[in-house]
Write a protein that binds this ligand. Structure first.
Ligand SMILES: Cc1cc2nc3c(=O)[nH]c(=O)nc-3n(C[C@H](O)[C@H](O)[C@H](O)COP(=O)(O)OP(=O)(O)OC[C@H]3O[C@@H](n4cnc5c(N)ncnc54)[C@H](O)[C@@H]3O)c2cc1C
Length: 404
């Protein structure tokens, strides 16, 4: 049983991959009384444990951007960590497939970005070249990205949790942070086990991060809107259709990569995810509904502005969510041999999509400082890939801001 009324130097809210990576990096800098508070009974219960399991290469991001740098350095750090801890991962590579002439300029841009971001072994593929990598995939051109890999991020997060405990920190599961009030220079956090007092607060609450920030007295400006990503799985006897990872050329207007095929580290082939607005911040099933979450969306002006901008795309995603045939058709562009009966329902993940008041989708990391607190308000993909270096970046920033 955790101490009910402990006084911590730092309370980290959220045992997703970022809360744990940051806690671990903080403890590596300096000895601290630190606890990670987690609502669920296990680490990685939300975005981290429901993602695609891809170690991204750094292909997509604008050269020189924080995302590009964190992804490439983070990928290397993650691979080194997995090797050291014997966490299975594979650098299996992926292909990005253009299926129409209109996608070629975007494919050229991806290749340019990949080279500028220093990716090794990037290879432009003709139709025949594509077939060598993925014999069943159809496209007019492609890009082979050998540095992309796969891993189980829940396993990585569990290992980070063990590191936190080995360094003298605590991971308190089933400990939701409820009300948060100022307590002297620090905070008093209400949890089911009692009040937790801390000098500093680090908010890594994922899909709840805007609410936690508000409870800690900060105006987050952005709002988090949940998008459910639904996956299907290829029937085991049809796994031979895909060798590794197959992606479409993404639509540059959106921070989503488009429905793709991913081989999981356990050998399963997943297809998806789509991106549908969820009516619950933990809305893994279509029927999940939270009046509080829906009202929060409807009362945010950025939500209506987003709706005006993207309603057409949103309708397409809803259609693919409701219609198995439409979901299959989207994938058949990449894999014409795919039949509707090859796909069975898979898992789903809920993405914490941060929205600006003007309705634009926040596409980069956003860390905001408050008095005695630091808030991770947006940590989109490739945050799992880059978790070790993001954790170090946040820890360095926290150490400076908190004068640790
Ligand atoms: C569908 C999908 C696919 C993705 N694919 C990839 C990929 O292939 N590769 C990649 O690099 N990235 C991917 N991402 C992105 C990546 O998974 C996330 O960026 C990353 O997991 C974010 O980690 P986090 O710790 O910020 O959030 P989370 O993992 O969501 O953790 C937040 C934690 O905070 C806890 N929490 C919330 N409120 C409270 C509270 N009040 N008290 C205590 N605890 C609280 C939650 O229970 C949760 O455990 C994907 C994301 C999604 C949704």
């Amino acid at each position: 049983m955790p101490p009910a009324d402990s006084h911590l130097d730092v309370a980290v809210i959220g045992a997703g991959i970022l809360g744990l990576a940051t806690a671990r990096a903080l403890l590596a800098q300096t000895p601290l009384a630190l606890a990670v508070l987690e609502t669920e009974d296990r680490p990685a219960a939300h975005q981290t444990g429901h993602n695609s399991g891809v170690i991204h290469s750094g292909l997509y991001y604008r050269p020189g951007s924080l995302k590009a740098e964190l992804c490439t350095t983070g990928r290397r750090a993650l691979e080194a960590y997995c090797t050291e801890r014997e966490i299975p991962f594979e650098r299996c590579g992926k292909v990005v497939v253009a299926t129409e002439d209109s996608e070629l300029p975007a494919l050229d841009e991806l290749e340019r970005r990949g080279r500028a971001n220093g990716l090794a072994g990037l290879e432009r593929l003709t139709q025949a070249g594509l077939r060598k990598h993925e014999p069943h995939v159809a496209g007019i051109a492609g890009l082979f990205v050998p540095e992309t890999g796969i891993v189980d991020y829940s396993a990585v997060a569990r290992s980070f949790a063990a590191d936190v405990e080995a360094a003298g920190g605590e991971v308190r599961l089933s400990t939701a942070a409820g009300a948060i009030r100022r307590d002297g220079d620090g905070f008093a956090i209400t949890t089911p086990g009692g009040i937790v007092r801390c000098r500093h607060l680090l908010n890594c609450g994922g899909v709840q991060a805007d609410r936690i920030a508000r409870r800690a007295g900060l105006d987050p400006v952005i709002a988090i809107v949940p998008f459910r990503g639904e996956y299907k799985t290829l029937r085991p006897e049809r796994r031979g259709l895909i060798r590794n990872l197959v992606y479409p050329v993404p639509d540059p207007r959106f921070p989503f990569l488009g429905v793709h095929f991913t081989r999981r580290i356990d050998g399963a082939i997943e297809a998806g995810p789509n991106a549908v607005l969820a009516t619950h911040r933990h809305g893994y099933r279509r029927r999940d509904f939270s009046a509080r979450d829906v009202l929060a969306m409807l009362s945010y002006k950025g939500f209506w502005r987003m709706g005006r901008r993207y309603w057409r795309t949103a309708l397409g995603e809803v259609h693919r969510s409701l219609s198995h045939a439409a979901f299959t058709r989207a994938l058949q562009r990449l894999l014409p041999e795919l039949r509707p009966e090859d796909l069975i329902p898979g898992g789903s993940g809920v993405r914490a999509q941060a929205l600006e008041p003007d309705g634009s989708l926040v596409d980069d990391f956003r860390f905001v400082e408050g008095p005695a607190s630091l808030h991770v308000l947006c940590a989109p993909s490739p945050a799992a890939t880059a978790s070790i270096v993001i954790g170090e970046t946040i820890a360095a920033r926290a150490a400076e801001h908190f004068s640790l």
